[in-house]
Design a protein around this ligand. Structure first.
Ligand SMILES: [Zn+2]
Length: 383
């Protein structure tokens, strides 16, 4: 079976846009295009007339846009809308979510790189992993390049882009400002990989990627926080459906907020950070050798600390949900209920009434899914 090359895809996507460039400036066309794709992605097959109503664009604009998207192979006509008895039958248009694929890489684990080829709806169709084997700095960038190439060549459809969830602080352009454990400082990772792979590459912090993944594919609330608990503790925040970046691109760094005065030494050089009590290794140490009741009491104690740390964040942003992503045997029990109780006790009834504190739904694929959303949002305007 022959598949079009990625080069063909990119030319196809660009050429389609240029074909209708007579009237509207490019940014307006791109905006309209993403309105249509966003609607089809979330609402499913829709007639041109209903697309016009849903997007407030004219019938002519919708018709032109659909023709372009048909030519690009991003949408298809799906036959006649059932149930209509009068007038011209309306043909449904649907997004071809299986026509293209996305390559996603999760760098959150110190020991192993995880990657997948994903459909536009976030299903992994090919999975690969590669031991990091102590590589850091430029060597790690080289290893990541090779890993991404193997994933791209394993794709069964044209690839529209590559998404990477990386530890550390990552700016909006995909530059890793600092990721000490990877020995990356001020590294333009997205630009380097875009150049080497000849595909659009988008990079974001791993916990921020997790938030995007849960938002787009996991059905999370519009205003929510995903707390990732592994070797470290990170968080990604969405407010009113948008990812929060912050003044220095470090929004969500809740793991290094002090929660224990003169507590244990933290990897960041300070003492008593949330990470020192909530990271998975710390939780395992806290329950080691305890009987189930004592283990639950220890986990509840950490849950109360977590609830106290989350309360001002939840209160200030009026979050609807907090999602915990990490080992369920440690998080999804006494720890979670104690954290919710503390959160409820420490926030206004209006804030706490509808608040949910639950486990994330995408398990260990959450960063990969979010890395795919980075590409989906940047290349197609869908999130
Ligand atoms: Zn710290």
């Amino acid at each position: 079976m022959s598949t079009p090359t990625t080069r063909t895809v990119r030319r196809g996507l660009g050429a389609g846009l240029r074909a209708t460039s007579k009237v509207l400036p490019e940014h307006a066309r791109a905006h309209n295009r993403s309105l249509v794709l966003q609607h089809l992605f979330h609402e499913g097959p829709t007639s041109r007339a209903d697309l016009a109503r849903a997007t407030s664009l004219t019938r002519v604009t919708i018709s032109d846009l659909v023709n372009v998207l048909l030519a690009e192979g991003l949408v298809e006509e799906l036959g006649v809308q059932p149930g209509r008895r009068v007038g011209k039958p309306a043909i449904l248009v649907g997004m071809r979510t299986d026509a293209y694929q996305i390559v996603a890489v999760d760098l959150s684990d110190d020991a192993v790189m995880r990657g997948a080829v994903m459909t536009l709806t976030g299903e992994a169709v090919v999975r690969r992993s590669l031991p990091v084997a102590g590589h850091v700095g430029d060597e790690l960038v080289d290893l990541l390049t090779r890993f991404a190439r193997t994933l791209i060549s394993a794709a069964t459809r044209p690839v529209i882009g590559v998404g990477v969830g990386s530890p550390g602080v990552v700016d909006g352009a995909g530059r890793v400002v600092e990721a000490p454990n990877r020995q990356w400082t001020d590294l333009p990772l997205a630009a380097i990989l875009t150049d080497r792979l000849a595909l659009p590459v988008h990079v974001a912090n791993d916990a921020n990627s997790a938030a995007l993944g849960e938002y787009t594919y996991g059905g999370a609330a519009d205003s929510m926080l995903v707390l990732t608990v592994g070797q470290g503790v990170g968080a990604g925040v969405m407010v009113d459906g948008s990812r929060v970046h912050g003044a220095a691109d470090a929004a969500g760094e809740l793991g290094h907020v002090t929660v224990v005065e003169d507590g244990e030494q933290c990897a960041c050089g300070r003492r008593g950070c949330l990470e020192t009590v909530l990271a998975a290794p710390a939780l395992r140490r806290a329950v080691a050798g305890l009987d189930p009741a004592a283990a639950d009491e220890a986990l509840a104690g950490v849950g109360r600390t977590l609830g106290a740390a989350l309360a001002p964040v939840v209160g200030a942003l009026n979050l609807g949900e907090v999602l915990l992503s990490g080992p369920a045997d440690l998080l999804d029990g006494a720890l979670r209920s104690a954290a919710l109780q503390t959160l409820t006790d420490r926030t206004m009834p209006a804030t706490a009434a509808g608040l949910r504190l639950r486990m994330a739904t995408l398990d260990e694929d959450v960063v990969l899914a979010g890395a795919a959303v980075l590409v989906l949002a940047a290349q197609l305007g869908v999130s």
